[in-house]
Design a protein around this ligand. Sequence first.
Ligand SMILES: C[S@@+](CC[C@H](N)C(=O)[O-])C[C@H]1O[C@@H](n2cnc3c(N)ncnc32)[C@H](O)[C@@H]1O
Length: 412
Amino acid sequence: MTFHVKKLLYGGYGLAQKEGKSLMVEYALPGEVVEVQVYQEKKDHAFARAVKVLLPSPARREAPCPYYQLCGGCQLQHMEYPAQLKAKEEILLETLERIGKLKPKGMEEPLHRGEFGYRVRVQLKVSEGRLGFFERKSHRIVEIDQCLLLHPAINDLIPSLKELSKKLKTLKEVHVLYSPQEKEFLLKLLLEEAPPKEKFEKWLEHTLPPQVVGVGLYRQGRVYALGRDFTFVSVAPYRYRVSMDSFLQVNHLLWEDFVRHALPPGKFSRALELHCGIGFFSLSLAQRCEFLTAYDSNRSAIRDAEYNARINSVSNASFHYETGLGALKRHAGEVVDLLFLDPPRSGLSQGEAQLILKNRPRQVVYVSCEPTTLARDLKVLAKGGYELQSLRLVDNFPNTYHIEAIAQLTLK
Ligand SMILES: C[S@@+](CC[C@H](N)C(=O)[O-])C[C@H]1O[C@@H](n2cnc3c(N)ncnc32)[C@H](O)[C@@H]1O
């Protein structure tokens, strides 16, 4: 069966039509005519894979990675990078319009740097001693020797991680965090059963290089940790402590640009931040405010953020362990002139969106890693009187379908 692909969808699928149904075609590009194999039929749509490209797009390229299409990590490597950026912008705008009924007043230039070697944080899967990533839509493992998205230092560590995977029979995942400034690693090992601490410590000394400064073993929660629990990263002009259990933005090539462009123009007297993590945006944000109060529901991140404010001499910000909802309740009725949000993929809860409309901060910055929840939440805020002043794509995840964006809103 051959089909004409109309456009690219969120998720990395090419969209075609099949007997009135939407056909979502993996590894197909807009404008292409492809032969497909349908692998799943639903009531109003179906999923297929492009098996032969009869008319290729000028944006098509040979994927540089040898595991592409086997490994589920990347969806867009067969597309030239400038075309990826353009497609992501279109998807972002289309999602906002379809779900949110919104158009930004201004579209800013996308933020991007390199398309490879950008990840300093990765979760590798392990099964029966094999280390790699899951196949697309499966829990089968594609064993890898390296991944082009990773910082080269993480790739250099992979042989040691493979040895570790062979030794630890119940290992399920290895989470790696690399600090490009300190040139050191933290590892989180997720296992079904942790080996005895003393024995494992001795064994590790001979298996992992000295640049691995901390290893935590987890089974549901943490069982024990060896070495250091944290490392440091720099995002000019600041230095940040990041603990094993805290969040860190994955794309180190964009760290500085991301912070700079997320800051809204102007000065603020009273600012709130709801998902502050280690203070990644907070330290710069505090320079624009008389006082910043920041919250996160992760204790480890809040401890890091407090520490980071201290070592960087930022004294006009305070950090609290609290959910977004709890934070908004605490500040009900206060005059706030800036609210800064960076929620996980699930976006805001209904309660949070409603409380924002009650508090009515003059300006809102919403950093999002999921366009569908961004569109849903902005729709509520727009109904409550906010205008979407500008939108910017931040390409934190080149070669994958993931979309990060910064939305700037003001109260009408
Ligand atoms: C995408 S991360 C962003 C963190 C930080 N802004 C950064 O750039 O490093 C989302 C953060 O939201 C926090 N979080 C998740 N659910 C939350 C909630 N209900 N209330 C407050 N914070 C939450 C997580 O702990 C995490 O630190």
